[in-house]
Design a protein around this ligand. Structure first.
Ligand code: URP
Ligand code: ZN
Ligand code: ZN
Length: 467
């Protein structure tokens, strides 16, 4: 299965690279294929897809007074088991930090530890002159996308003038400008008012980050992109009103793109409100505290999001994998929801969760592959090498069994370094059988067979969506 369609074929991988995609029954120099090769993976009756690319992860990210609980090692291993063979992770720059120092620090964290290939985006906060020159240097290093924030004052927030300058630079050097689109000033007031009124439970995280704050910020980011000519990629879109802003900009011919995440397709504010357990009481809802927040199902955001994936108003599905344990991390926010570290862990489950869209008739099989692999590759300058099964591409291939089954839960399928699963109880029609990364089988019937350090740094090109 490629994004362009489906067919029956034998795939020959030589070393790290796909050498040929052959009609079934083809021979090699007169010999049948199976007797001419070292290893045969029988995929009869199953789907063979290009390896998943998760373009939004935060491995061991220092954030919210703690650090995301998956290391590059544990997080990429879980990703591999779930059928993802590349990630693009975010280098963090906090206001007092030097961008290029951070770039080198992230290389040190990741090098030798990853199970699968990895690239980087760069987060810019508090944009200074030096940040702009660093942008050019990073593009030359293969870090061709930059994330800015309209929320998190004192942590990540850039003001609109700083965002404008960074976008101007992106328009010049060809980088994709990524935006965390929430109006932080509005949110900060609503959070203070809620806490002053004694509302401390996790549910109030969502109540104080309303869709208006997302729609407004999305619109503002689009205007800055329009003014500067920079391509805009809006990350973790959850509000249907923000989707409509993106769709309208695209209708005007702009290079504006939207990313959503499985949590905004499946989970809701109502379910977060209803969540309660003996152990945590109503603090149970902390498991799903992330930003942008889960939205109301009654308002129809989830339905609208699935629809936008079908119509291509939204083009990307990444996880925004930013895991924290309940014990010792999420519980920093007991008695004050604003201190709950923001993030959900899903890197292991994205391929399976999105396949359920095929099972339920919401998206087609090629669209599934486009969403989980091909578009991320094009968007972030990896296409040709990644995101497609064709001669010359990396041998990143997943055998997916549509008749298999996957039960998600901390004591079931769960390899992420978290003490809970945001997806507990999800039953998946389908199963990742075999994962091949640059020609090596790293996951099969026996489980994970790879090694930390198998994964290499991906020096990315410019986005191929814009050419
Ligand atoms: O809650 C989230 N999304 N945490 C990760 C940081 C970000 O804004 O992507
Ligand atoms: Zn964000
Ligand atoms: Zn994120």
């Amino acid at each position: 299965v490629n994004a362009t369609g489906t067919g029956q074929a034998d795939i020959l991988i030589d070393g790290e690279t796909i050498a040929a995609v052959l009609a079934p029954g083809s021979t090699l120099l007169g010999h049948d294929l199976a007797s001419s090769v070292d290893t045969v993976v029988d995929a009869a009756g199953k789907y063979v897809i290009p390896g998943g690319i998760d373009a939004h992860t935060h491995m061991q990210m220092p954030f919210g007074g703690t650090e995301a609980s998956d290391t590059f090692e544990t997080g990429t291993r879980a990703a591999a088991i779930g059928g993802t063979t590349s990630i693009v992770d975010f280098i963090v720059q906090y206001p007092d930090q030097n961008v290029l120092d951070q770039y080198h620090a992230w290389h040190e964290k990741a090098a030798g530890n990853c199970a699968i290939d990895y690239g980087f985006h760069q987060i810019l906060s508090d944009v200074q002159d030096s940040s702009l020159t660093a942008m050019d240097e990073l593009v030359a290093e293969g870090v061709t996308s930059f994330k800015l924030f309209m929320a998190y004052k004192g942590v990540f927030l850039s003001d609109d003038g700083q965002i404008l300058r960074a976008f101007q630079r992106g328009a010049e050097n060809g980088a994709v400008m990524m935006m965390h689109a929430e109006n932080g000033a509005m949110i900060d007031v609503l959070v203070k008012q809620a806490l002053d009124a004694g509302h401390t439970s996790p549910y109030w995280h969502g109540m104080t980050r309303p869709w208006q704050a997302e729609e407004e910020a999305t619109h503002r980011a689009i205007m800055i992109a329009d003014l500067t000519g920079a391509p805009l990629y809006v990350v973790h879109v959850s509000a249907k009103q923000a989707v409509d802003q993106i769709a309208a900009a695209r209708d005007r011919g702009m290079n504006v793109f939207g990313e959503t995440c499985p949590q905004y397709l499946y989970l809701s504010l109502e379910e977060q409100l209803g969540a309660s357990s003996d152990e945590w009481g109503d603090f149970e809802g902390a498991k799903w505290v992330c930003s942008t927040p889960l939205r109301s199902r009654a308002e129809g955001h989830q339905h609208h999001m699935w629809q936008s994936l079908r119509t291509n108003d939204i083009q990307m599905v990444s996880t925004d994998h930013c895991p924290f344990c309940m014990k010792g991390q999420k519980d920093l926010g007991l008695g004050d929801f604003s201190k709950i570290p923001n993030g959900i862990g899903s890197v292991e489950h994205r391929v399976d969760l999105m396949y359920q869209g095929v099972v339920t008739g919401k998206i087609s099989l090629p669209r599934w592959v486009e969403l989980i692999s091909t578009t991320p590759a094009r968007m972030f300058g990896l296409y040709g090498r990644k995101g497609v099964i064709q001669p010359g591409a990396d041998g990143d291939v997943v055998v997916y069994d549509p008749n298999g089954h996957t039960s998600i839960g901390v004591n079931k399928t769960h390899h992420m370094n978290m003490d809970y699963s945001a997806w507990e109880g999800f039953e998946i029609d389908g199963h990742v059988d075999t994962v091949i990364s640059r020609g090596r089988v790293i996951v099969d019937d026996g489980g994970y067979r790879g090694r930390a350090g198998d994964g290499q740094f991906l020096k990315r090109g410019l986005s191929q969506y814009l050419i």
